[in-house]
Design a protein. Structure first.
Length: 577
């Protein structure tokens, strides 16, 4: 199944070729003047050399296209644009195809790859900040988009379970005399900031924590047992909170999983002549002659002898060579969905990995993103000035969702449990859509009132539109109205069919550019186009049975594609509201 843009592109390419011109000129795009045409080709303008007149080329190409039965009109406009308008018949066929397709018109990649997505990256005991929140939301969407396009995808949380914070906690738990078996999340959340604060002022405490970190990493058994407890308590709580946000991982590996590989990797780097001593530390120089800015070396072993964040990431790459089944088939790509502020870190790690031959060139990619800011323009903090806890954020958003539903008179007939479930879905949709509707590189301001509005480009608006279609379809089935072949006649039906057709290109763009916002844009456009169609074209009150049947098929196709798009963003739609 092919979208109309590509079908027409092939026809126009053939016409250019028949004129003795390069067929690449035949690429078509959506029309700049949707009132006049559906698609357009600008190829004649590109083809024109000094002598040839682009308008003449366009006229000759257009002449060849006129016989195409799928085209209602082919016109040359301005200096040589070729405007293409499809017949109602061709559009109806395509819309019918999409309606019957379980993939809603979205194609699979031709050569599936094995892709690992490293995202969220929460840490034991340390509270999450907005960087983690955005990484979770964007990473989940990228994972779903890649998987849905047919790649084999593994999402890994890359749990921060191995740094200095472990030593801090070990010492703090010892000092307070807490029984490890009774240790709770609340203990960790209280102890970590206390210990981190104390280590800043108290050098004796800091040194003990450093020594504890080293002893843990060297395998001291009682510390290991305590550490396992920290990891377990933290992970259980985090997994629950992520799940509430519709974020779930296939693998929950930690930085600690790289540890067993560390000694061998250091040996290997040394043997390859890449590891060099530098002021007591050991580093890999990754700068290149043509660098436009200074790229500092990757510190592998610190002057105190402990493995650094960069070394952990490097060893993790080796570990990840083996995660895909069947064994021996290495992954093709690792996408690191991490805050843009870590761009330099990843540049160093990737360069070192390529130098050491741990990954094929170009197979490691940092997918950075901007920050979610407060109204003060700084990374978002709670009113108390603390970093946000995921749990509190979801609670706050759900409170607001309940309030909004009541205000809008929605959900009144739902049972209390269904109302709660709907409020939760509205809350998650609001948070995620607000994030994913911006290009990921852009920073945005956290504004719950705006995110939660049922009007405008918001998650709640899209949920509301899909619920409206669901209720329309329920009424249709109660009345015994059935869907039937698509037969487009009205302009609003044409617009809807063209929008449905654009889904495949949207997916390709989202995939190629690692840009979920293109899907958010499409979902919004689809909902709006449907709204106009619904206003202009009566469905249940349609005069003729055939037109009712056709419009019901269009409504079903819209709902399926809208829900699929939302699902790729990690957003679930309720049945009723
Ligand atoms: N735990 C890290 C942090 O909180 C993020 C991890 C990102 N992923 C990675 N492979 N380094 O900053």
């Amino acid at each position: 199944m092919t979208d109309l843009k590509r079908i027409l592109g092939e026809a126009v390419s053939a016409a250019f070729a028949a004129e003795g011109l390069p067929s690449e000129l035949g690429r078509v795009g959506p029309s700049d003047r949707p009132d006049l045409a559906d698609f357009q080709s600008n190829g004649a303008l590109a083809a024109a050399k000094a002598k040839a007149n682009p308008r003449e080329i366009a006229i000759r190409v257009a002449e060849r296209l006129k016989a195409d039965p799928r085209l209602a009109s082919v016109e040359v406009a301005g200096p040589g644009f070729i405007n293409l308008k499809l017949t109602d018949q061709a559009l109806s066929e395509r819309a019918g195809e999409i309606a019957a397709d379980p993939r809603s018109g979205g194609e699979l990649v031709t050569a599936p790859r094995r892709v690992l997505v490293d995202y969220a990256g929460p840490n034991v005991a340390k509270p999450m900040h907005v960087g983690h929140l955005r990484a979770s939301i964007i990473g989940e969407a990228i994972k779903r988009i890649y998987r849905w396009r047919g790649d084999k995808v593994i999402g890994d949380a890359h749990f921060g379970d191995w740094g200095f914070q472990m030593g801090l906690l070990i010492v703090a738990v010892g000092d307070e005399g807490i029984d490890p078996a009774a240790l709770t999340l609340e203990d960790l959340e209280r102890l970590y900031p206390q210990a981190a604060g104390k280590a800043k002022a108290d050098t004796e405490f800091r040194d003990r924590a450093r020594r504890a970190t080293a002893a843990l990493q060297n395998g001291r058994e009682d510390y290991r047992a305590l550490w396992r407890r920290f990891v377990e308590v933290s992970r259980t709580a985090l997994q629950r909170e992520f799940h509430a946000l519709g974020v779930d991982f296939d693998l929950w590996k930690g930085e600690s999983d790289a540890d067993p590989l560390m000694a061998r990797m250091i040996e290997d780097l040394r043997a390859k002549g890449l590891l060099v001593p530098d002021q007591g530390a050991e580093i890999v120089r990754v700068a290149r002659d043509d660098d436009k800015r200074e790229v500092p070396p990757l510190i592998v072993v610190s002057s105190e002898g402990s493995a650094m964040y960069g070394a952990t990431d490097l060893a993790t790459i080796i570990d990840r060579n083996a995660v895909f089944e069947p064994a021996g088939q290495p992954r093709d790509l690792i996408l690191y969905v991490v805050d843009q502020r870590q761009a330099d870190h990843f540049e160093q790690v990737f360069r070192a990995a390529y130098l050491a031959d741990y990954a094929p060139a170009g197979s490691l990619e940092h997918i950075g993103f901007g920050t979610m800011n407060g109204v003060d323009g700084k990374p978002f903090k709670t009113r108390e000035g603390g970093v946000l806890k995921l749990h509190d954020l979801i609670t706050m958003a759900t409170d607001k969702a309940r309030e909004r539903l009541h205000e809008a008179g929605l959900g009144a007939e739902l049972s209390p449990e269904d109302f709660e479930a709907t409020a939760h879905k509205v809350a998650v949709a609001a948070l995620k859509f607000a994030d994913l509707s911006n290009f990921r590189g852009t920073s945005y301001v956290f504004d719950l009132d705006r995110f939660m509005s049922f009007e405008g480009k918001t998650g709640p608006y899209l949920l509301y539109q899909s619920v409206r279609i669901k209720s329309l379809l329920r009424r249709a089935s109660e009345q015994g109205a059935t869907a039937g072949p698509v037969a487009i006649t009205e302009p609003a039906e044409r617009d809807l069919a063209l929008t449905l057709d654009a889904f495949d290109q949207t997916l390709i763009d989202a995939y190629d550019k690692r840009a979920p916002h293109t899907i958010a844009e499409h979902a919004y456009r689809l909902a709006q186009t449907f709204s106009k169609f619904y206003a202009a074209c009566p469905i249940l009150q349609a005069g003729a049975e055939a037109s009712r049947a056709s419009r019901l098929t269009l409504a079903q196709a819209t709902l399926a594609q809208l829900e699929q798009a939302m699902n790729l963003l990690g957003i679930e739609t309720p049945e009723r509201m």
